[in-house]
Design a protein around this ligand. Structure first.
Ligand SMILES: Cc1ncc(COP(=O)(O)O)c(C=O)c1O
Length: 378
């Protein structure tokens, strides 16, 4: 976003690939907004986290895990793998756990991308994919969305001779999904020589029955990798746990490049506990479903174009530079993500919050945009 890294700003010994990288600009933190504007408890709707906070079961597990914090964690995450495998209908050998999906992506790159390899991605999508390819000297090949959805046919056509193809499903930042039938068609067309990565960071929020069964695809296809995270519905973004589901042969490659203790002791304990916190997970899912509907209705009433979402965020067109709107929302205690990083300068991605967060966002947005506040409840 406006900060072009140049070779001059880098250390003279840095790899040349670094000059092509945009530094990642994360969403604003709550601490930053509190320090700058004196807002005690801002509504953090810029990073797609779970607004319900920590699961009660995970809290208890974290406290108990402190007693052994002076010991290294289990490098294989054996208990956590057993639990995930049982839920997804795979075996522990189908799983590679690491320090968030971002870290799993790095492992995928280290294990599979050679310099010059082509890596097909959608545009716009999660920005980490292109950055990773560039870092490794590989070539990101961007395929535009069609009607805001991943165009699987255009991606399959672009994948001829490509080493990897990544589908973010649901797609960040649009919240749209590729359906089972579309992913099946993609896999039928793409050669076995192309790794197909299905990034399902937001899968647990989906309620559309057409969403594919990613883990089943990973079990059947030797070139398919599915990515899942504990940062979203499981509410553990600050602890960093993500994983890949893939054939045992593919997982073995990831294990070769993964650092030995990638998932720390607290993260393993919390992730194990939250998997069993059905009440928390149900509340998170229902809060999101209701909040997504509330925001969609409110945006429609404000005459703002928005995309129907299957994730825990909604992409909305504010009709003016979204970066400026986002700045004006900060003193009102609301953090959103303006769309410039996806080359959508008038759009913003808004995470679904609690009912109070969502109402605060809609009220603040109406003030800033000078539009009537939508009626409460819709
Ligand atoms: C599509 C997508 N993949 C991966 C990630 C990163 O997940 P993690 O927190 O597990 O690194 C995000 C985070 O926002 C994301 O949007």
């Amino acid at each position: 976003m406006g900060r072009e890294p140049t070779v001059e700003t880098l250390h003279p010994l840095a790899r040349r690939a670094l000059a092509a990288l945009e530094p990642y600009i994360p969403g604003r933190s709550a601490e930053e907004v509190t320090a700058r504007y004196g807002v005690r408890d801002p509504s953090k709707l810029g990073s797609n986290e779970n607004p319900l906070g920590l699961s009660p079961r995970a809290r208890g597990a974290l406290i108990a895990a402190l007693d052994r914090i002076h010991h290294y964690p289990d490098p294989d995450c054996s208990r956590l793998k057993q639990l995930i495998a049982g839920r997804l209908g795979v075996t522990p050998a189908h799983l590679c756990l690491a320090n968030g999906v971002d870290n799993v992506l790095t492992c995928l790159g280290l294990a599979f991308l050679d310099p010059g390899d082509r890596c097909v991605i959608a545009a716009p999508t999660y920005t980490a994919y292109a950055s990773l390819a560039l870092l490794l000297g590989a070539v990101p090949v961007e395929v535009p969305l069609t009607a805001w959805r991943v165009d699987v046919d255009a991606m399959a056509a672009a994948a001829d001779g490509a080493k990897a193809l990544i589908v973010c499903n649901p797609n960040n930042p649009t919240g749209t999904i590729a359906r089972q039938s579309e992913v099946d068609r993609l896999l039928a067309r793409v050669s076995q020589g192309t790794l197909v990565v299905l990034d399902e960071a937001y899968a647990e929020w989906v309620d559309d029955a057409a969403f594919p069964d990613g883990p089943a695809l990973a079990r059947r296809h030797d070139n398919v990798v599915v990515l899942r995270t504990f940062s979203k519905i499981y509410g553990l973004a600050g602890l960093r746990v993500g994983y890949a589901v893939a054939s045992p042969g593919l997982v073995a490659c990831l294990e070769r490049v993964r650092e030995p203790f990638a998932v720390d002791r607290l993260a393993q304990a919390a992730a194990e506990a939250v998997l069993g916190d059905d009440d928390y997970l149900r509340r998170a899912f229902e809060n999101n479903r209701a909040g997504r509907a509330f925001l969609s209705t409110a945006f429609a009433e404000m005459n703002l174009e928005y995309l129907p979402s299957q994730a825990n965020f909604v992409l909305v067109n504010l009709g003016r530079p979204a970066a400026e709107v986002a700045e004006q929302l900060l003193p009102r205690g609301v953090i959103i993500r303006p769309g410039a990083l996806w080359k959508l300068p008038t759009w913003a991605r808004v995470t679904v919050g609690t009912a109070a967060d969502n109402a605060r966002l809609v009220g603040a947005l109406a003030d800033v945009l000078g539009r009537p506040r939508p009626a409460p409840g819709g």
